[in-house]
Design a protein. Structure first.
Length: 242
């Protein structure tokens, strides 16, 4: 199992999974399919799972979580809180997302909070395995370059969004990020998500999120299902400015 060290007691529990199965790794981690056999087996041996209930904190600012993290199932919110108590959502991450590589490489404390918005299962790669792949695998490094590039673009857009867009625009951008083809290469155009969850990801109430969804649906950018959203035009959604 991965050895995790937290500064605070965490409300999750470890699943008894000594070595992840090859097919399961390929399912939850698109990057693994490009690894050589030796690299793939090293990755398999270094991953375990941890489950969290709805609303549970995965980590707080200042925690030490020495594992590279993937969302195997569920939905995670990355956020931060200022010294004055103002909270800001930085990103939402659905199944297929992998994150925290910068923190793992630098061996630093977490600079943001992670909260499970629903029942969530995380895949945790121990730091020594991550660093071995970082040193030995060209395919893994290509993935990381693309990952860093997309995340940088996302956070630059976040700064723009907070300053220039209304609530519907912010909702549109947050939805588009959840369908980024680089970060989520295997995901379809439909996401099982509630309006409450979308509101939490976009930093608004469920009612405001519902109004925004109705407006975006009226423009032909998405379809609203029962507890789901289907994206019809992700490029237009990402460019929506109201």
């Amino acid at each position: 199992m991965v050895s995790l060290r937290f500064d605070r007691r965490q409300p999750g529990h470890d699943d008894e999974t000594p070595v992840i199965a090859p097919d399961e790794l390929r399912t939850i981690a698109a990057w693994s399919r490009d690894l050589r056999e030796e690299e793939f087996e090293e990755a398999r041996r270094g991953i375990s799972f941890k489950s969290f209930g709805k609303g549970a904190y995965i980590c707080h600012v200042g925690d030490r979580m020495e594992a590279w993290t993937g969302v195997a199932e569920g939905l995670v919110k990355m956020s931060t809180t200022s010294k004055t108590g103002k909270a800001a959502t930085l990103a939402g991450m659905r199944a297929g997302a992998w994150f925290g590589e910068g923190t793992v490489i630098k061996g630093e404390l977490r600079r943001y909070e992670l909260v499970a918005l629903r029942e969530t299962k995380l895949a945790l790669m121990r730091r020594s395995t991550f660093l071995w792949l970082f040193e030995h695998s060209a395919a893994f490094n290509r993935f990381l370059v693309h990952q860093f590039n997309e995340r940088l673009a996302q956070f630059i857009a976040l700064a723009e969004t907070e300053r220039t867009l209304d609530s519907t625009g912010r909702l549109a951008r947050n939805l588009a990020w959840l369908f980024n083809p680089t970060l989520y290469p295997d995901q379809g155009r439909t996401l099982e998500v509630s309006q409450e969850e979308l509101g939490l990801l976009a930093g608004m109430s469920r009612q405001i999120a519902n109004q925004g969804l109705q407006k975006l649906a009226g423009l032909g950018l998405l379809e609203i299902g029962h507890g789901s959203v289907t994206i019809l035009d992700v490029e237009r959604l990402a460019r929506y400015e109201g």
